[in-house]
Design a binder for this molecule. Structure first.
Ligand code: NAD
Length: 251
C-alpha cells in the first residue's frame, strides 16, 4: 500500500511470527512503522525477520523473543527495542493460545497455561510498555481479543475466560491511562483464515462460511486493517473500545 499512516512510529507486536500477528507486522511496515516482532523463540523471530527484510528492504525491523512469563525479560526486551529505534509508540498484545476441551476433560494445567499467556503476559507487556510510553508523553496499547469474549463458547471455557479478561484490562486501563495520553483498545476477530483453518477440508470451510452473515471467513489482513486504524492518529479519540471484526458472526 502507498499509505504512511504510522510514519515515525515504533511498534512491538507479540506473536508476530505468523498468522494474525504477522499480518499486523506487514501492515505496520507497509505504513512505515519501525517494528519489533516478538516470537516464542529467537530462531523463529529471526526467521520471520529475514523473510520480511526480503519483501521490505527499506524497513526498520527486529526480532525479539522474551519469555512473556518473566517480567524482567519483557522489560529488558522492550528497553532493547526503545534503544534500537529511539522510542516505543505502539504495543500489540497478540500472542495467544486456545484450547477446546470440555470441562470434564479439562486439565487444570492447560487452564493455567492459557491464562498465563492470554492474560498474565498481556498485563506484563502492557505494564512494561506503559512505563516507557508515559515517560515519552503517550502511546497506544492494542489487544487481540476474540468474538468469544462476547458470547463464550460451548467447549474450552479457558479461552473465552481469558478473552473476557483481556476486555476487562482494555476497558479498565483505557480509563486509568487516558491521563497519560495512552489509548487502550482491542480487536475481537471472528473466524480468521490462518494456518489452522487452511488445514481444514474445503467443504468444512464452506459450511462455516455459510453461517457468517458476510458469507466468508475473515482474512488476517481484515484484522490487520483494524489494528492499523486503531494504532493510527485517525483513532485519536478512541479508547476502551472492543472492535468486532467478524462479519457479524455469532457462534
Ligand atoms: P497463531 O497460532 O497462528 O500464532 C500465535 C502466535 O503467538 C505465534 O506468533 C506464536 O509465536 C505466539 N506464541 C504462542 N505461544 C507463545 C508463548 N508461550 N510465548 C510467546 N509467544 C507465543 O495464532 P493466530 O490465530 O494468529 O492468533 C493470534 C491471536 O488472535 C491470538 O490472541 C488468538 O487468540 C486471536 N484470535 C485468533 C482467531 C483466529 O480465527 N485465528 C480468532 C479470534 C482471535
Amino acid at each position: 500500500g502507498g499509505m504512511h499512516m504510522l510514519k515515525g512510529k515504533v511498534a512491538i507486536v507479540t506473536g508476530g511470527t505468523r498468522g494474525i500477528g504477522l499480518a499486523i507486522v506487514e501492515k505496520f511496515l507497509e505504513n512505515h512503522a519501525a517494528v519489533a516482532l516478538a516470537g516464542s523463540r529467537q530462531e523463529t523471530a529471526d526467521k520471520a525477520v529475514a523473510q520480511l527484510r526480503e519483501r521490505y528492504p527499506d524497513a526498520q525491523i527486529m526480532g525479539i523473543a522474551p519469555d512473556l512469563s518473566d517480567t524482567a525479560a519483557v522489560e529488558a526486551a522492550f528497553q532493547q527495542v526503545k534503544e534500537a529505534f529511539g522510542h516505543l509508540d505502539i504495543l500489540v498484545n497478540n500472542a495467544g493460545i486456545s484450547q477446546r476441551d470440555s470441562l470434564y476433560n479439562y486439565d487444570p494445567a492447560d487452564f493455567e497455561k492459557i491464562i498465563n499467556l492470554n492474560v498474565n503476559a498481556v498485563f506484563r507487556c502492557t505494564q512494561s510498555a506503559a512505563k516507557i510510553m508515559k515517560e515519552q508523553g503517550g502511546g497506544v496499547i492494542l489487544n487481540t481479543s476474540s468474538m468469544v469474549s462476547l458470547y463464550g463458547q460451548p467447549a474450552g471455557c479457558g479461552y473465552p475466560a481469558s478473552k473476557f479478561a483481556v476486555n476487562g484490562l482494555t476497558k479498565s486501563l483505557a480509563r486509568e491511562l487516558g491521563k497519560d495520553n495512552i489509548r487502550v483498545n482491542a480487536v475481537a476477530p471472528g473466524v480468521i483464515r490462518t494456518d489452522m483453518v487452511a488445514a481444514l477440508p474445503e467443504e468444512m470451510v464452506q459450511r462455516i462460511a455459510s453461517t457468517i452473515p458476510l458469507g466468508r471467513m475473515g482474512e488476517p489482513e481484515d484484522i490487520a486493517n483494524a489494528f492499523l486504524f486503531l494504532a493510527s492518529d485517525m483513532a485519536s479519540y478512541i479508547t476502551g473500545a472492543i472492535l468486532s471484526v467478524d462479519g457479524a458472526t455469532i457462534s
